[in-house]
Design a protein around this ligand. Structure first.
Ligand code: PA5
Length: 447
């Protein structure tokens, strides 16, 4: 597994001496992570998870995915947050062709999403569209009680049961949930749905390499064995490399914390590959939910260049400088598109004739990083050889480990999310949920 951290464009902001000051602390945190002794240590199951994903589980997932693909035109993934973002990040990264020439090339089954927000127009349109499709449902919720997926699942289940009858519908539903508790577990048992378990010691945002991600990713037709193998290779590399600058996760974690201590309180993750836009959404949840607590944390933001150079580019170059940028560079694209010569050359592009669009994208990226550094924006670069299941698996594990180390440096528990409960309490009070009567009274006074 090769993933390189290029710190050339942060060197003028972070000195070698500053990095060295973190050596002992990083050793300590890595030790805490591997020995499961740090904060939130009951949620460190993801650390050795890739190596523990066994052949039997993968075979079962592949077989259920194949069956579902055979019987359905559409699979609806119902889930939110950690029960949704990882799948979407991987599937969008690996979707090689958004314009397939024929059904067999790419779109044997269409994976669509529900339960990731409360927009009723979206739900109306989805339910309407599904009326004339053969579809299956993968419902994912660790707690089994999250409002958004629970509502979407109730509506989708009802539609499926109306179309197929209760017994046949049950064969088109797969639940991924807790091993022993929660409403979804109870329902899955009662209705005899196929089900998969989310390990107790793996939190939502670290769960993409469990059935939470592996099942829908396999349903979408991607190679989950390579995905897991990439994570295994990255896990081995990160465990082996005990020198700070040789360990990409530790190196990244330390640089971002040094920059944070210098007032760079926002990190912008940038990609020049639009297929990684949703990967950035996954990364935002991973770091935002892990680090933003106790009045601390680097705010994770994202941009897709060069598109956003024509919108956010101005602010990044010239605006208030409380951020740094991390750019994910992909070594090799899947295809090459050569710019043709034009007889009239009215737009003056002939100087690029014979060059690839990828070359132009690369020069845009180099030029941007240098310009941003000149504009007082430190720029860290993460170089990944290519976008394949193997490399995406590695990138996922890299960020998970970096996030854990970074959270420990920040002295927070990177594995809990107490803050997400506050809005739920208000929402339940406003909705009049039984058990929230006191909160309802209190909140009504504020309206
Ligand atoms: O990372 C997390 O823990 C959260 O984002 C959850 O994944 C999200 O709230 C969904 O929870 P659940 O899987 O219990 O429905």
């Amino acid at each position: 597994m090769s993933l390189i951290i290029n710190d050339l464009y942060v060197n003028e902001f972070v000195s070698g001496d500053e990095l060295n000051l973190f050596r002992r602390e990083v050793d300590l945190h890595r030790d805490q992570i591997y020995k499961k002794e740090g904060k939130g240590n009951d949620f460190l199951g993801w650390v050795d998870l890739p190596g523990k994903v066994d052949h039997a589980l993968l075979t079962r997932i592949e077989s259920d995915a194949a069956e579902l693909r055979e019987h359905s035109e559409v699979a609806v993934l119902v889930g939110i947050g950690g029960s949704y973002l990882g799948t979407r990040a991987v599937c969008e990264a690996l979707s090689t062709n958004p314009f397939p020439a024929n059904e067999t090339e790419e779109k044997q089954i269409q994976l669509v999403y529900a339960g990731h927000h409360l927009d009723q127009d979206y739900l109306h349109n989805l339910l309407d569209w599904l009326k004339n499709k053969s579809f299956s449902i993968i419902v994912i919720s660790k707690s089994g009680t999250t409002t958004e997926p629970a509502i979407a699942f109730r509506l989708l289940r009802e539609l499926l049961e109306r179309k197929l009858g209760k017994d046949q519908a049950a064969k088109r539903i797969i639940a991924v949930t807790d091993a022993s508790k929660g409403a979804l577990k109870t329902l899955a048992d009662a209705e005899d749905y196929k089900s998969y378990v989310i390990p107790d010691d793996v939190g939502g945002r670290y769960s993409v390499l469990t059935p939470v991600g592996l099942l829908p990713i396999a349903v979408a037709g991607h190679n989950i064995r390579e995905l897991v193998q990439g994570a295994v290779s990255m896990a081995e590399l990160l465990r082996e490399k005990d020198q700070l600058t040789e360990n990409p996760a530790a190196h990244y974690a330390v640089i971002r914390n040094i920059l944070y201590s210098k007032g760079k309180t926002t990190e912008i993750l940038a990609t020049y590959n639009p297929s990684l836009t949703f990967f950035i959404e996954w990364w935002k949840q991973l770091f935002g939910e892990s680090e933003g607590k106790g009045g601390k944390g680097i705010f994770p933001a994202g941009v897709t260049f060069t598109t956003d150079l024509h919108s956010m580019g101005q602010y990044i170059q010239d605006g208030h400088k409380n951020f740094f940028e991390t750019t994910i560079t992909i070594g090799k694209d899947r295809h090459e598109v050569i710019i043709p010569e034009d007889e009239n050359d009215l737009e003056g592009l002939n100087y690029l004739a014979g060059k690839s669009v990828g070359f132009v994208n690369e020069m845009a990226s180099r030029g941007t990083m240098l310009a941003h550094v000149d504009g007082d924006v430190p720029n860290l670069e993460i170089i990944l050889p290519e976008i394949t299941p193997y490399h995406i698996g590695g990138l996922i594990y890299f960020f998970e480990m970096a996030c854990a180390i970074s959270g420990y440096i920040l002295d927070v528990n990177p594995f809990d999310q107490p803050g997400v409960e506050d809005y739920k309490k208000n929402m339940f009070a406003l909705l009049g949920k039984p058990g929230f009567e006191q909160e309802t009274k209190a909140i009504k006074k504020r309206l």
